[in-house]
Write a protein of this length. Structure first.
Length: 194
């Protein structure tokens, strides 16, 4: 494979010939474009368990019961609920987000249980044999009326009153920006063993 800049000059990776305005070379690009790149699902991992997640189907509720239908061979699976997780919290913004919903569903698609099976398709089939019984609660859909605050930041620097007194203009307002997320080229995945 040969690489060149916009002028058609050949570039040697690592030669320091890159210039402003030249697209960065993606060394894995050709493999991803041609289908030659391997992702986590492309690897055969002997003895591996395939995991799936039981997720909430409602935005806010108390979990009354999780029913594992006896028509499915649960003895072939490993199943974990909040009771099986010694420290059931994720330290994202703070420790208020559980790994698995315990007694309360706080948002749609919240993880409730994990199921693992040696056969990938059987792991997914198991999801059809789990029923979560809810006592639905009214969802909070307006963040301005919510009593939950995940994080507060107070920045105190300088003398605000003095700064306003010296300013030629004072512009006050409320500014909102939407959440932004970049698009992954592959799904997140992992394999673990010991």
């Amino acid at each position: 494979m040969s690489l060149s800049n916009r002028s058609g000059q050949a570039l040697r990776p690592g030669s320091g010939q890159a210039t402003v305005g030249t697209s960065a070379l993606r060394l894995e690009g050709p493999q991803k474009l041609t289908g030659g790149a391997k992702y986590i699902d492309d690897y055969e991992l002997p003895g591996c368990l395939h995991g799936v997640t039981v997720r909430s189907t409602v935005p806010h509720a108390r979990i009354k019961n999780i029913v594992f239908d006896p028509k499915f061979p649960w003895n072939e699976c490993v199943v974990a609920t909040a009771r099986d997780v010694p420290v059931n919290e994720i330290a994202l913004l703070d420790n208020s987000q559980p790994l698995l919903a315990d007694a309360l569903v706080r948002h749609p698609a919240e993880p409730i249980a994990l199921i693992a099976h040696p056969d990938r398709q059987k792991a997914y089939d198991a999801l059809r044999f789990v029923k979560v019984e809810y006592e639905e609660l009214p969802p909070v859909l307006d963040y301005e009326t919510s009593k939950t605050s995940f994080k507060d930041y107070l920045i105190s620097k300088g003398n605000l009153a003095k700064g306003f007194a010296q300013a030629d203009f004072v512009v006050e307002g409320e500014y909102r920006v939407p959440a932004q997320e970049h698009a992954y080229i592959e799904n997140n995945g992992m394999a673990a063993w010991w």
